[in-house]
Write a protein that binds this ligand. Structure first.
Ligand code: G1P
Length: 305
């Protein structure tokens, strides 16, 4: 089972991050010195996926610009012997293939995925929700690909969430626990109330799905909230007898769709990066002692000038 293609729905308004997202796509939020979308593509390439179908909307041109060649910048950096500054993105530009599809109306995640149906043959493919950033030894998507290959089935990434958070996620109903981390799924519920939640295992932004999802989305007439939900499409696909598994993906997952989630991701990633960690640790320790300029106006002034 070769999985070389992935769909990246990136057309949302980023309402949880307004007003920042009015003119700048949330996928371009920086995490250290790279935009979030770059981490997604790096995870894809590290999982041997090299064809990306990005579903975008108006105001999202910066994504395509970042993932494209930039001859002027290249020439400028080459002249100054500074090509290494763009090495990580140059590698992507040289190895990955990108296609862009416009979602002209906000009709939901299922609709965004469905728009890319012509790009997928009779095969399994990946989906990345770019709000979810994984830091893990084995890339998040690669973990799912491994299971999908072994089991010849669609696989959804899940993680346990605290009960007060279940209403923010798609939640799985377990048919059978196959191993401590692998579950046969019987249905999915999108953002249930705590009372209605069938488990505390939440979908966390990575999927390997059969191409059969497109027919299932066609059959899904229940636009529960005026939007076509991917979760409803997957449930329909299961009703059509496609096996769907959920895998507890290993690693740290950040939801960068909100300011606080993004701050946590920035700090978490900086603390793991030797170029930033020592400075940040020192800074955080100084905040802890309440001695820092944040709490001390005099220090604040001396810090600034
Ligand atoms: C989407 C999915 C949801 C999933 C979540 C993960 O919701 O619809 O099933 O649990 O992403 O981040 P959104 O956060 O886009 O509302």
């Amino acid at each position: 089972m070769d999985i070389r293609k992935a769909i990246i729905p990136a057309a949302g308004f980023g309402t949880r991050f307004l007003p920042f997202t009015k003119a700048v796509p949330k996928e371009m939020l920086p995490l250290l010195n790279k935009p979030a979308i770059q981490y997604i593509i790096e995870e894809g390439l590290a999982s041997k996926v090299s064809n990306f179908f990005i579903v975008t909307g108006r105001q999202k041109q910066a994504i395509a610009n970042h993932l494209d060649a930039s001859p002027e910048l290249d020439a400028f950096l080459e002249e100054r012997n500074k090509k290494e500054l763009t090495a990580s993105i140059d590698r992507i530009v040289n190895t990955a293939h990108f296609s862009y599809i416009r979602q002209t109306e906000p009709l939901g995640l299922g609709h965004a995925v469905w728009l890319a149906r012509h790009m997928i043959d009779k095969e399994y493919f990946g989906i990345f929700l770019p709000d979810d950033i994984f830091v893990s030894q084995m890339p998040g998507l690669a973990q799912l690909i491994k299971v999908a290959r072994q089991e010849k089935a669609s696989v959804i990434a899940v993680q346990e969430v605290p009960s007060e958070c279940v209403s923010s996620y798609g939640i799985i109903k377990i048919k059978k626990k196959l191993t401590p981390n692998l579950f046969h799924v019987s249905s999915l519920v999108e953002k249930p109330s705590l009372r209605d939640a069938p488990s505390n295992l939440a979908i966390v932004g990575r999927y390997i799905l059969s191409h059969k999802i497109f027919k299932a989305l066609d059959q899904t007439s229940a636009y529960a909230t005026g939007e076509l939900q991917l979760t409803d499409g997957i449930t329909q696909m299961m009703n059509n007898n496609e096996k769907v598994l959920a895998y507890k993906v290993q690693g740290m997952r950040y939801d960068i769709g909100t300011p606080i989630g993004w701050i946590k991701a920035s700090i978490g990633m900086a603390l793991q990066n030797p170029a930033y960690a020592p400075h940040l640790k020192e800074y955080l320790a100084s905040i802890d002692t309440m001695e820092s300029f944040v709490y001390n106006q005099k220090k604040n002034i001396s810090h600034m000038y």
